[in-house]
Design a protein around this ligand. Structure first.
Ligand code: ADP
Ligand code: MG
Ligand code: ZN
Length: 473
């Protein structure tokens, strides 16, 4: 029998607000344990939550960018459960009236429905100390704002899932509401998966997979879990509805717990928070101020700057790169050259340092100046790359560096001509080889000349002068 995979995603997005969702504690990542908590986020008796407006604003932005309807009056609910990382004994979330509903996005040629987006608070973190066997609690993450984005079961392939997550991450970054870093847990995705005979109309029993730390892990987990379910059904057994954990090392999923239902959580309306009432003007104002997103930028760059699709894709792959590119152009850099430097040197330097684009220290002004020097024939491209490497980390002064290291390109044609003459005289064998048809010998002569000029000549000029003098002999 031929089987079809059916998947729906629940994605948790950590919002990059400065303070937590219901108190003033900082949300910054990496602080010493239990230094960023207070009676509210620890849920001490009598402490009252106050909603952070930014969370609502960010949630509405994401909802609009995913084509959702915004709920005029949404509410918070308590989801009750016990776990040591949740000192309150309940999580404030939204069940009955979530902030956004009924959205859709186009990904990889299909439409993915967005069932809802709701606001909630994150829980703390547990550390299992290997040396002592103790478990320690860090409550810094308690109350960090999250959006949970729930899709319809519209995915059929792992490629669609990954494409959706890439698009989602890009939109979150362009909206400036989250850094979207999977490695740091700002984007966490659970995959619900069932299988059914191709063409079937009813949904099979699903499992929910957790602990998916990267796009690669997600694709592998889908592969494994769909095969596991198909094998069960083909043996005449049943799929048990449950939550399963993906083991990255083994590449397999393992049962964690049976699937809980909403009623297991004893949800009830949060009594300490009023409903979130949003006016049409408020929503419209956010809609009017949405930034230009990646897709719109790609279309515009192709049209306005005649950039190839590949360049558009690369340059817009992160909003910090797109901003960098636009500033380069505003400083007079020819678009194609700006794109080449970003795709080559900038991305190369970032990846060599394992930095993401928002970590760029070099400014567009510095790179624009470097590109200008190349354009004016004052630096050759190879030297410029060296200067780039030297100024990249500190945004150093390009002109000062060039002057201090005597890197300015040799403009003096006579000097090039004299050097070429000298090289020809010193390398009669290579000249003979070239005349005998050995193309390689020409490259050698170019190399020798460049070397004598300490790499500072324009290679084009060297080639031209060499050809002239070889013709003259
Ligand atoms: P719960 O509230 O128990 O997590 P939901 O009904 O909210 O369950 O669904 C959670 C996610 O699972 C959604 O993304 C939904 O699209 C997906 N889903 C639901 N049923 C199935 C199914 N049979 N197969 C695949 N995905 C499913
Ligand atoms: Mg769920
Ligand atoms: Zn707090």
């Amino acid at each position: 029998m031929n089987w079809e995979i059916v998947m729906g995603l629940e994605t948790h997005v950590e919002l990059s607000t400065e303070s937590k969702i219901f108190c003033g504690c900082s949300t910054s990542f990496g602080a010493a344990p239990n230094r960023q908590c207070c009676p509210v986020c620890m849920g001490l008796p009598g402490a009252l939550p106050v909603l952070n407006e930014k969370v609502v604003e960010y949630g509405v932005k994401v909802g609009l960018a995913l084509g959702c309807s915004i709920t005029p009056v949404s509410r918070f609910d308590r989801k009750n459960y016990f776990y040591p990382d949740l000192p309150k004994g309940y999580q404030i979330s939204q069940l009955y009236a979530p902030l956004c509903t009924c959205g859709r996005v186009e990904v990889a040629g299909t439409t993915i429905g967005i069932h809802e987006i709701h606001m909630e608070e994150d829980a703390g973190k547990l550390y299992h100390a290997p040396a002592t066997g103790e478990t320690l609690c860090d409550f810094n993450r308690c109350g960090v704002p999250l959006l949970e984005i729930v899709t319809e079961p519209d995915f059929r392939t792992p490629e669609q899932v990954v494409a959706y997550l890439e698009l989602l991450r890009e939109r979150l970054q362009y909206l400036g509401v989250s850094d979207g870093k999977m490695e740091e847990g700002s984007l966490r995705c659970d995959v619900n998966l069932s299988v059914r005979p191709v063409g079937g109309h009813t949904l099979g029993t699903r499992t929910e997979m957790k602990n998916l730390g990267s796009f690669k892990a997600i694709a592998r987990a889908i592969q494994y879990e769909s095969q596991r379910q198909i094998a069960l059904l083909e043996r005449g057994e049943r799929v048990v509805q449950e939550t399963r954990r993906f083991d990255e090392e083994k590449g397999e999923t393992f049962s964690m717990r049976s699937k809980e239902e909403a009623r297991d959580y004893r949800y009830f309306p949060e009594p300490d928070l009023p409903p979130v009432v949003l006016s049409q003007e408020y929503i419209q104002d956010i809609r009017d101020h949405l930034p230009e997103l990646g897709e719109a930028k790609r279309r515009r760059y192709a049209q306005q700057y005649q950039l190839p699709d590949y360049d558009c894709q690369m340059v817009t792959s992160h909003p910090s790169l797109a901003r960098f590119f636009e500033e380069l152009i505003a400083l007079g850099t020819p678009p194609k050259q700006g794109a080449n430097w970003i795709m080559g040197e900038v991305l190369g330097a970032l990846s060599a340092r394992s930095l993401s684009p928002e970590g760029l220290t070099i400014t567009p002004k510095t790179l624009a100046r470097l590109i200008q020097l190349v354009g004016e024939g004052k630096l050759n491209r190879n030297t410029a790359v060296k200067v780039f490497e030297a100024v990249f980390d500190t945004d150093g002064d390009v002109d000062a560096y060039v002057a201090a290291h005597g890197l300015e390109q040799v403009q003096d044609v006579e000097l090039v001509e004299n050097t070429v003459a000298q090289v020809l005289e010193e390398n009669p064998q290579s000249v003979a080889d070239w005349r005998g048809g050995k193309e390689k010998a020409f490259g050698f002569l170019v190399g020798q000349t460049m070397r004598k000029l300490q790499g500072k000549a324009d290679p084009q000029t060297v080639r031209r002068v060499l050809l002239e003098q070889l013709g003259q002999e």
